[in-house]
Design a protein around this ligand. Structure first.
Ligand code: ATP
Length: 462
């Protein structure tokens, strides 16, 4: 049980103190909404990505992987609608000059608004409610009118003139466009038939206006996306299957399912058939974790029109020709990471028995086993412990620690979520057994060295 309500500040502080996440460029005062993943953070993020890849590619005969480039032909973003419409409504507080997202300010006072509304629609709502809205930074209610601000990040890649800004290339705003552009390549080079999916994990970039909430909303982000190509008549049936599959994925990942819920979009873009988000109860509120959308044939039609390439699919059995419809699942690595840490964070015990422990699902834990010699200054213990460590690290990500006393080492391993700690003591030298301590129960068990690998294999997969 938590002794105190979990806050984002508690998570952020643990993440920095224990090498999970650092603010980017900290020695220069930081760089807003960009974060670096530290030694334990990169391990956790990799384990999250591996779990996603396993569920979305390895266990699926009908889905293949892809790693498309961050840069794409600039026409991509015109065809996709991002140059014209990937914009959030922004207002500035006239007192403290904070830039704020108007749809979020309205939502905070329970007025339904979203980024898809036109500038006029959002300003009408904003004007009607301005007096009830206060700047989250200075508390005043003196705002400029809302302006739509495009979130695509521009670059001069491939441009060698001063005025590159007039004809920029873009850092991708979402990974799925690389999937649409490779749909024909995959069809022609792999033995896939509709229905099939293409999955990829990669970086995307968005000029987010408000960038609080730690790694929940960053300007450089990583997405795990899967686009599934289906016959138009089967779109909604496959959509329901994908929703169920993604819901069960979180159960299998080990997430507290009481903290997840569905949110149906009421205000759909014109081409979408249906859209749901999976939301998670983060410490600062229940917010979008993943989007699952039925997108019709909009994406392939747009790229077909703008490129002149025929995007139709010829069914090899029926000879029917059609543009496949797409259903997608899209989730951020950063939001998944924040969910996993929030879900695992516990404070237990009292006074000097108090501990912070990250009770990660074991398959996600950055370090699986820590190995200690009981005392640092006894060479026979240290060398035996090193032997044990070197054997175990062939199989798992392990850590050797001989700093401080064993109690302090346990606390440190608890804070990075290590499921098992193995201690080599004086008895080990004669009985050839070690003490294994369980992170969750704190129970200790004597395990013969000859059985240690089997013991850990069984317990880590339990
Ligand atoms: P939001 O409404 O929170 O801005 P969105 O609806 O714009 O999110 P999508 O474009 O549907 O998000 O992106 C799919 C997923 O990518 C989101 O569900 C989220 O997990 C992740 N994501 C999107 N934007 C960000 C961001 N700025 N930082 C971190 N993750 C993000």
């Amino acid at each position: 049980m938590l002794e105190q309500k979990l806050t984002l500040e508690m998570i952020e502080s643990l993440c920095k103190r224990r090498g999970f996440v650092y603010p980017s460029s900290e020695i220069y005062g930081g760089f807003a909404a960009v974060y670096d993943y530290g030694p334990y953070g990169v391990l956790l993020a990799n384990n999250i990505k591996a779990a996603w890849w396993k569920a979305m590619v390895q266990l699926r005969q009908d889905i293949v992987g892809l790693d498309s480039a961050i840069f794409m032909h600039p026409k991509t973003w015109i065809a996709s609608g991002h140059v014209g419409g990937f914009a959030d409504p922004m207002s500035e507080c006239k007192e403290c000059h904070s830039r704020l997202r108007v749809d979020h300010l309205l939502e905070a006072i329970d007025v339904v608004a979203d980024e898809k509304m036109s500038e006029d629609e959002i300003n009408a709502l904003f004007d009607a409610h301005k007096s009830e809205i206060h700047c989250p930074k200075c508390g005043n209610s003196n705002f400029t009118e809302a302006k739509k601000f495009n979130m695509l990040v521009k670059s001069n890649l491939g441009q060698f003139t001063e005025n590159w800004n007039a004809d920029p290339s873009y850092l991708r705003g979402e990974t799925c466009q690389g999937i649409y552009l490779n749909y024909k390549n995959v069809l022609n080079s792999c033995r896939v038939k509709v229905p099939f999916g293409i999955a990829q994990i990669g970086k995307a970039f968005r000029n987010e206006i408000t960038a609080r909430q730690f790694i929940f909303r960053t300007r450089e982000l990583e997405q795990m996306e899967m686009q599934y190509f289906v016959h138009p008549d089967r779109e909604m049936e496959e959509y329901e299957r994908l929703r169920e599959y993604r819901w069960n994925y979180y159960r299998d990942l080990g997430i507290d399912m009481n903290k997840l819920k569905w949110h149906k979009h009421e205000n759909l873009v014109f081409y979408a058939k249906e859209a749901y988000d999976i939301e998670y109860a983060f410490p600062f509120g229940t917010k979008e974790l993943e989007g699952i959308h039925a997108r019709g044939n909009y994406d392939l039609t747009q790229h077909g029109t703008h490129s002149g390439v025929d995007m139709t699919y010829l069914d090899p059995k029926s000879n029917e020709k059609y543009i496949p419809h797409i259903i997608e699942s899209s989730v951020g690595v950063g939001r998944s990471f924040l969910m996993v840490i929030s879900d695992s964070y516990r404070e237990e015990g009292e006074d000097h028995d108090k501990r912070v422990v990250l009770k990660f699902p074991k398959h996600l834990a950055p370090i699986k086993v820590a190995v200690f010699p009981l005392l640092k200054n006894k060479p026979e213990l240290v060398s035996r412990a090193k032997e044990v460590f070197q054997e175990l690290q062939k199989q798992w990500m392990c850590e050797f620690d001989d700093n401080g006393n064993v109690g302090k080492r346990y606390r440190r391993q608890d804070e990075i979520g290590t499921p098992y700690c193995v201690t080599v003591d004086f008895d080990t030298l004669t009985d050839h057994a070690v003490t294994v301590r369980d992170r969750d129960t704190m129970q200790q068990e004597r395990v013969p060295l000859s059985q240690l690998q089997n013991y850990l294999t069984a317990h880590l997969s339990a």
